[in-house]
Design a protein. Structure first.
Length: 233
């Protein structure tokens, strides 16, 4: 066999190997680098394999970007671990992350928020949807949590819950009934975004009531203005 024939045979084998062994779903590339940022300052991350699709789109240049990237990296790793090796999959799985940017106050001293909606399907009949928010006070360069959003000693959920109940009843009908122990539990209000007009709360699938889809409720700032911490624009 001459050298040309050997080279042709090796090329054929390499092509067959590439088809038989598609890229792994866990990519080595970072979730966000300059080459993945589009003209709207959104990061794009995609990694696919047989029966597996990972797609993330979220804002770039969030002030506390390291914290956000660390969380999304963990979400990806957890999905890959729960999904298992690609060669064991027999039905489609997916991880889709969509991030949305919000803001309030002056550009240099207001707030910035990113809310990520996370859809995960591990091949079962019931995918999961949840939210994770990231909020930052540009004035003091500190993250904003639910506890720091409101002034010490206030009880904001007493004012917020009626709006949540009315909004969801109007949206889904009288079948929605949120008990006090759920509606007044701060754990259900950890994902939020701050705007000039409202605080928008995001509720995970099944968080407020079994079989209730992931949803959001906008609470006018005027209804809770006296309880918002000083220094939050």
């Amino acid at each position: 066999m001459n050298q040309n024939s050997i080279a042709a045979m090796l090329a054929t084998l390499a092509a067959a190997a590439a088809i038989a062994c598609p890229p792994a779903a866990r990519a080595d590339a970072p979730l966000c680098d300059p080459s993945s940022v589009d003209a709207n300052q959104m990061c794009h991350f995609d990694a696919s394999g047989p029966f597996s699709n990972i797609s993330m789109v979220f804002p770039a240049n969030y002030p506390d970007e390291q914290t956000m990237i660390a969380y999304l990296t963990k979400v990806e790793n957890d999905y890959v671990d729960a999904r298992g090796p690609l060669n064991t999959l027999t039905s489609p799985t997916a991880l889709n992350v969509t991030g949305t940017r919000y803001g309030s106050g002056p550009p240099q001293s207001g707030t910035q928020s990113v809310v990520t909606e996370i859809y995960q399907n591990l091949g079962g009949a019931h995918p999961s949807v949840w939210y994770r928010s990231f909020n930052y006070n540009l004035a003091n360069r500190q993250p904003i949590t639910f506890d720091s959003l409101f002034a010490t000693g206030t009880q904001p959920l007493q004012a917020i819950l009626p709006t949540v109940r009315k909004t969801l009843t109007d949206r889904y009908g009288p079948a929605v009934s949120i008990p006090d122990d759920t509606g007044l539990n701060p754990a259900n209000y950890q994902s939020f975004a701050i705007t000039n007009d409202a605080i928008v709360f995001f509720f995970d699938q099944n968080a407020l009531q079994p079989a209730l889809e992931a949803t959001k409720v906008s609470v006018p700032r005027g209804a809770i203005a006296s309880m918002i911490s000083p220094g939050i624009a």
